[in-house]
Design a binder for this molecule. Structure first.
Ligand code: AMP
Length: 192
């Protein structure tokens, strides 16, 4: 009999630690992670055909339209091997819940676990304002809590660290509002 394939879903507002946790879990080779925000960001950085459609939404802290997210997630799932996938940052709206079940069905997968993190805006603001990212290898740092050894330089690959445009205060506020409006109903859906 073919072994079952499972999906685990990490939910939570910006800055709640979804990506840090998923990367820790992904050190176990049984887990494969789909980091939705980073996958969308990678399309933009590569200047793929989808880049121009995705970029304005990400830069403004708004949700990227579900059909584009669906394309990126489906392509990532096709590339995956193994029986356990962790979704970091997907689904973020009820429309995307339908999309989730559609893509899982195609892959013969089921939802095995949903983890929901909570965090208030003030703490998120502090965390995100200190966050730095290596655009070359994707490593994450925080200048307050986990700084690189050399200022502004990635420990892993020597790349120049950058700050995400959407980690600016005004945009973080908007991302939080979008979370409350569009993603909180998804949390409720999984709780019931
Ligand atoms: P994150 O890195 O998870 O904070 O995501 C960064 C940005 O990518 C978000 O503010 C959105 O613009 C976009 N994004 C990430 N995940 C999704 C998603 N599931 N649906 C729509 N947009 C998303």
């Amino acid at each position: 009999m073919a072994s079952r394939k499972w999906a685990a879903i990490l939910m939570g507002p910006p800055g709640s630690g979804k990506t840090s946790i998923s990367r820790t879990l992904a050190t176990n080779p049984a887990f494969q992670v789909i980091e939705t925000g980073n996958l969308l960001g990678a399309e933009v950085r590569l200047g793929s055909p989808l880049a121009q459609k995705i970029q304005p939404y990400q830069a403004a802290g708004k949700l990227v339209p579900a059909d584009l997210v669906g394309q990126v997630i489906s392509a990532a799932l096709e590339r995956m091997q193994g029986n356990m996938v962790l979704f970091d940052g997907f689904p973020r709206s009820m429309e995307q819940v339908d999309l989730l079940f559609e893509v899982l069905k195609k892959q013969g997968m089921e939802v095995g676990a949903v983890l929901i993190f909570a965090l208030d805006l003030e703490v998120a603001m502090k965390r995100l304002s200190g966050r730095r990212l290596c655009p070359s290898c994707g490593a994450l740092y925080n200048i307050h809590t986990s700084p690189p050894r050399e200022d502004g330089q990635c420990d892993k690959c020597g790349g120049k660290l950058t700050q995400r445009v959407d980690d600016q205060e005004e945009i973080v506020r908007r991302r939080f509002e979008s979370y409350e409006r569009e993603t909180a109903p998804v949390n409720e859906f999984f709780r019931t």
